[in-house]
Design a protein around this ligand. Structure first.
Ligand code: ADP
Length: 392
């Protein structure tokens, strides 16, 4: 039976999915390899969430992305022996200035993505390692790259540039924006379930361990809170979010930190974890009565509200606010706190709907609709893979 495989290689984890090749692909199985290079674990589930296989890979197979992936694929193919992988859809964090759509990869294409590594040094190499591993496992399959930056490629100049000398803009120092696969999915869902809102001004808050917001006009990205890197904008689980560049200079010049120490500080020790000194996990922070945990959540909510105002100004108004991501989809308290006192923006939450996690959580009197739409980045990759493999 023909299938497409989706691969989402992060810095220490690897998510993958096996999908049918129908025009609307259906997930057959999804897998997660966690803590690659450490106490690596492996888990494979069917579409209903039943565990098909799980185990510890730390001793031998979990040392690198390539070894972990190859061990996981062996397991996957043992469970689905008749599977014919026709295409592999790879999530790639950076597509540079030119990729506004998914592409079929050949050697020149892969080299082009390698050349973008300086723009995303912590993520691009892992994505490329995933591509290489899939190439060696499925030599015959079409390789397709889907970019986190692609959805944002048509930003107007003012949302694409920094006010530093222009030569840097020409060299690619721009506000790329990320989480594009999630926003692409939400845009498609809005077109399906609320076409009149999709045609208007929508802000999507993707609130997960990574977090960003996107302002959309007629389903297309106009502005994003993430910029040159996935560090900008909202505070995240362990990332700082927006930072005065002067702080960076201070850390380097006065505190004597090396660039890799600053990188580690801003990517891995900041955000909710850095502020709370407790956890990057929103569930834990919301149940803690520690003052620092409370302040970390307060800062998170405050920055979302600030960005919401800014994005609404960029869109010249707001028709809908959509929550997604692990926090956006589940944390009722965060949604309520983001929306509190936002009547000036036409937002009025319906408490019961919010508590019930309904799709529409604003009141019938709310001028701006507030919605909860679960994201599905893997499905966006699978759709692109099916679409492009039939064109090769
Ligand atoms: P990633 O960016 O790694 O994909 P997710 O979208 O899975 O992250 O989101 C993870 C975040 O969602 C964590 O901070 C987690 O605590 C939070 N989260 C998940 N479920 C809940 C819940 N029921 N209440 C509050 N926060 C939740």
């Amino acid at each position: 039976m023909s299938h497409v495989l989706t691969l989402n290689a992060g810095s220490s984890s690897l998510k993958f999915g096996l999908f049918t090749t129908d025009q609307t692909p259906v997930a057959v199985a999804t897998g997660l390899i966690d803590a690659i290079g450490g106490a690596t674990s492996f888990r494979l589930e069917d579409a209903e969430g039943t565990v098909l296989s799980a185990g510890d890979m730390s001793t031998r197979d979990g040392a690198t992305h390539a070894s972990a992936l190859s061990a996981a694929l062996t397991e996957l193919l043992a469970l689905f022996p008749n599977s014919d992988i026709r295409a592999v859809g790879d999530r790639v964090v950076h597509g540079g200035q030119h990729h506004a759509e998914p592409v079929v990869l050949d050697e020149a294409g892969i080299a082009g993505l390698e050349a973008l590594t300086p723009f995303a040094p912590l993520h691009q190499p892992h994505n490329l390692a995933g591509i290489r591993a899939a190439q060696s496992a499925f030599g015959q399959a079409v390789q397709i790259a889907c970019f986190d930056t692609a959805f944002h490629r048509n930003h107007p100049f003012v949302n694409d540039t920094f006010a530093i000398p222009r030569r840097f803009y020409d060299k690619g120092v721009r506000r790329y924006g990320f989480h594009g696969l999630s926003y692409d999915y939400i845009s498609g869902e809005m077109a399906r379930i609320a076409p009149h809102l999709h045609a208007g001004r929508v802000v999507v808050a993707h609130l997960g361990n990574g977090a960003s917001m996107c302002g959309m006009l007629s389903g297309r990205s106009m502005a994003s809170t993430m910029g040159f890197s996935a560090l900008d904008g909202l505070p995240m689980g362990t990332r700082s979010g927006q930072l005065d560049p002067g702080v960076m200079l201070y850390l380097l010049d006065q505190e004597g930190l090396s660039t890799s120490e600053v990188s580690d500080l801003l990517y891995k020790q900041s955000g909710l974890l850095g502020l709370s000194e407790l956890s990057n996990d929103m569930r834990m922070l919301l149940t803690s009565d520690d003052a620092k945990a409370r302040e970390a959540v307060e800062y998170f909510v405050f920055r979302i509200r600030r960005e919401l105002g800014g994005l609404a100004a960029a869109l010249q108004g707001l028709d809908a606010l959509v929550f997604t991501g692990g926090i956006g989809e589940n944390a009722r308290e965060i949604r309520a706190r983001v929306c509190a006192g936002m009547a000036w923006l036409g937002i009025e939450l319906d408490e019961a709907r919010n508590m019930a996690n309904d799709t529409l959580i604003s009141s019938d009197f709310s001028r701006t609709r507030v919605m909860v739409v679960p994201t599905n980045e893997e499905l966006v990759i699978a759709r692109a893979a099916v679409h492009l493999m039939n064109r090769v």
